[in-house]
Design a protein around this ligand. Structure first.
Ligand code: PMP
Length: 423
């Protein structure tokens, strides 16, 4: 497997040198919070496979639903056709989403859910003879996916730099070095200066994941909501990472008590079982397409809302209800808070932070180019945990239903690995 992988696979985010030198793990099975390799070595998945397996690997209930739906109907195209799983799922999403998000467009993954949101915004403002709005506001540190539109929003040079000139202009407030009020003041000034140019403000609510688990208080979202409402532009919440309970609420926006105009969800949406994503909108956004020059949403992939994914996504919601998954976050968050207070005392750890099932520590020089994070990764693998640092930020984001015993073990391994890497 390793020889074939090295010869024929082109993996994501991996330089050819690293790909040829570093032995990948060959995984044969997933069991709850664990992944198992071809030598029967078990690793605690400390990052839920890129934050997506919120219910652990291959949960039996989702396996069963996958089998049952496969017996019934696997795929039909969306045009002029519907099916029960998608219609029921759309209704159930409206019940759990921030109130007022009633309408769902289904797509493939987090990147396309963002792509759809920005396309909706572009088209919306051109209805009824309004001027074209060709700018978005995106925050310092933003990451919203890898398709060209979503990458255009990215502040991280690594993700967007080489692809310029990109499709549209970004208004970028400064990083929050002088506090969040300064950031929001900047956004407000820009919106007031060009009210007819900005199609939307895009934000990862409460936590910017890829930027290194950077967190902001709910007031940031509340102020952005107030300003975008006053100046009449869209607030687009990218809940691809923060949705589905990660922060202790079903959606992070609910913690701030706000409803965005558009909300993007993926990852936990199918608990990592199948690629499927959604962009939710209010009736006002949907109704804006009536009567204008471009009435049809100009987006539609082959797999917009497939029965298999929809059946899984419905069962995910049922598991969340039956097993009180979101309610289980607070006690796990308390464990993470306690353990990270201890990690903060290790010499060489610069800063720690935590929210919900996420705990993060900055090491070494910080940033994406540092080598400390990778050392922690190697130390943790040796000790039986899979972590995937963001540069010199090491973090945990385990499945939400990780047991307390597994969580303590994961944090033991993290702590020991940081000490070993720094020594
Ligand atoms: N938005 C955010 C906030 C993300 O964290 C990610 C993925 N890490 C994406 C969008 C892109 O999602 P995907 O990888 O499923 O395309």
């Amino acid at each position: 497997v390793i020889a074939l992988e090295r010869r024929h696979v082109w993996p994501p985010y991996t330089s050819s040198e690293k790909h040829e030198q570093q032995e990948p793990l060959v995984i044969v099975r997933g069991e709850g919070a664990w992944i198992v390799d071809a030598n029967e070595r078990r690793y605690l998945d400390g990052v839920s496979s890129w934050w997506t397996c919120t219910l652990g690997h291959d949960p039996p209930r989702l396996r069963r639903v996958l089998r049952e739906q496969a017996e019934q109907l696997i795929h039909v195209a969306a045009g002029g056709i519907t099916h029960a799983p998608i219609a029921l799922l759309a209704k159930e999403l409206a019940e759990v989403a921030p109130s007022g998000l009633t309408r769902t467009h289904f797509s493939d993954d987090g990147s396309t859910s963002v792509e759809v949101a920005i396309k909706i915004a572009f088209q919306h403002w051109q209805q009824n003879g309004r001027p074209k709005r060709h700018r978005f506001v995106a925050l310092a540190g933003a990451y919203h996916g890898d398709t060209i539109g979503a990458a255009s929003l990215a502040a991280l040079e690594e993700f967007s730099g080489v692809f310029g000139p990109l499709l549209f202009d970004i208004v970028r407030p400064p990083p929050p070095d002088e506090g969040w009020d300064a950031v929001i003041d900047h956004v407000e000034r820009e919106l007031r200066a060009r009210p007819d140019e900005i199609a939307g403000v895009v934000v990862e609510p409460l936590i910017q994941g890829a930027a290194g688990m950077r967190m902001h208080p709910p007031e940031v979202l509340q102020r952005l909501r107030a300003i975008t409402r006053e100046i009449d532009t869209f607030l687009i919440a990218d809940e691809v990472f923060t949705g589905y309970g990660r922060t202790g609420h079903m959606f992070a926006c609910q913690r701030a008590g706000i409803t965005p105009d558009l909300m993007c969800i993926a990852k936990g949406f199918t608990a990592g079982i199948l690629p499927m994503a959604a962009t939710m909108a209010t009736d006002r956004v949907y109704d804006g397409f009536r009567g204008g020059p471009s009435r049809a949403l100009m987006h539609g992939h082959t797999f917009c809302g497939h029965p298999l994914g929809a059946a899984i996504a419905r069962e995910v919601l049922a598991i969340y209800r039956d097993e009180k998954i979101v309610e289980g976050v607070a006690p796990r968050a308390a464990t993470i808070a306690r353990r990270f207070a201890k990690i903060a005392e290790i010499p060489g750890v610069r800063r720690v932070r935590h929210l919900g099932t996420i705990g993060a520590a900055d090491l070494g020089e910080g940033g994406y180019s540092g080598a400390m994070g990778h050392r922690v990764y190697e130390e943790a693998l040796r000790r039986g945990a899979y972590l995937r640092p963001l540069g010199d930020t090491v973090y945990v984001a385990p499945p939400l239903n990780v047991t307390f015993e597994e969580l303590e073990l994961l944090l033991d391994i993290l702590e020991e690995s940081i000490r070993a890497a720094i020594a």
